[in-house]
Structures are given as C-alpha cells and as structure tokens.
Design a protein. Sequence first.
Length: 219
Amino acid sequence: MTPEQAKQLVAEAAIEYIEWDWVIGVGTGSTANLFIDELAKIKGQIDGAVASSEASAERLRNHGIKVMELDQVGGLPIYVDGADESTKHLHLIKGGGAALTREKIVAAASDKFICIADDSKLVNVLGSFPLPIEVIPMAKSYVARQLVKLGGNPILRDNVTTDNGNLIIDVHDMSIENPVQLEAKINQIAGVVTNGLFAQRGADVLLLGGSEGVTKIEA
C-alpha cells in the first residue's frame, strides 16, 4: 500500500466522526486535502468549515463548502488534520506546511482533535522530522541562538512566509524526550509565535492508515 492510499483510508475513516449540522475544523497539508475532498461528498449535511490556512480555505470553497471564521462560530465540535510525526501518547509534530499557528488555534478551540496519517508517521520519540517554529521576522537570529542552546540545529526555511506574515525556522537534530516541557520552553522565547509541538493539546484520536487498514489510538 502506498502512503497516498493509506492517507485516503484515514481521510474516509475520519468522516465517520462527523455529525449533522456541525461546523468542522479543517487542517492543512496533503492528508487534510484528502479529508476535504471526502467532506465535499457530505457537504449538504454540515453547516460549514473553519480552515487553518488560506490554502485549505480555497480548497473548501472550490468544493462549495462554506468557509467561516473562528470568531463567527466560537468553539468547534471537531478538528481534523494530519501530522508530520506522532507518538502513541498522541503528541505530535506539525507545521511542515507552515500553518502551525492557525492549526494550533483551531485545535485548541475544538472539543475533539482527530489526527489522520499514514502509519510511517508513528515514532517512538519525536524529532526525526525537523521541528517547525514560527518566528517574528526581526527575531529570527535571536531565536535561532536560543534554539542552539536547547540542543537544536536551527535552519531558516527558504522562501517561506506564513499566512500570518512570519518566518519558519526548522530545528534539526533534536531528540524530543519531553515534548510537553519543550513546547512550553520554546514558546517562552521572545519572538516565537508558536512551535510545531502539539503536546500540551495533542490529538484525542489518532487514525493511522496502513496495509492492515486503519488503526485507531485514543487518548
């Protein structure tokens, strides 16, 4: 089974969590795109969606799904998104698509976070995938120096500006043994908007696609 087929399986499985008349929180990236495509098939049953990026909002609109602002709806019953890495404890690294801040906001505003991924994303320890940090532009050098002190190898992502007008620093070569603690520590660095660790508010359900079908891990 290819990773694309595995992603398709979990995109379809996530639809089963959707109830009538809900506004759905939707993530960003290749797996989230497949979920959006599946969501389009039941668009008559939902009231709309809140997107975590301009790219996802455009894809939703192209499917004829009403895109709403988070401020319009307040809390959300569910958020569905992919991940770059996950542990069995449902701690995640996200932000490969540079939408981590809006993803974190929509996840925080949602009652349930369903993470969908192919099973290659399940790891014992986070950090093989470089950890994205969204940074205010004037702070990039200062933040990078602080990240070196934490044991990482920070590299500015070339030619990337977030939907919020900021930059992304990817931290390489960091084995993340305590993601909850590290998430808080990085967020306290002046100039950091947020980082791609979703540990303080991790997923509630992880759906992994693979050759055996869909495996579910719950908090």
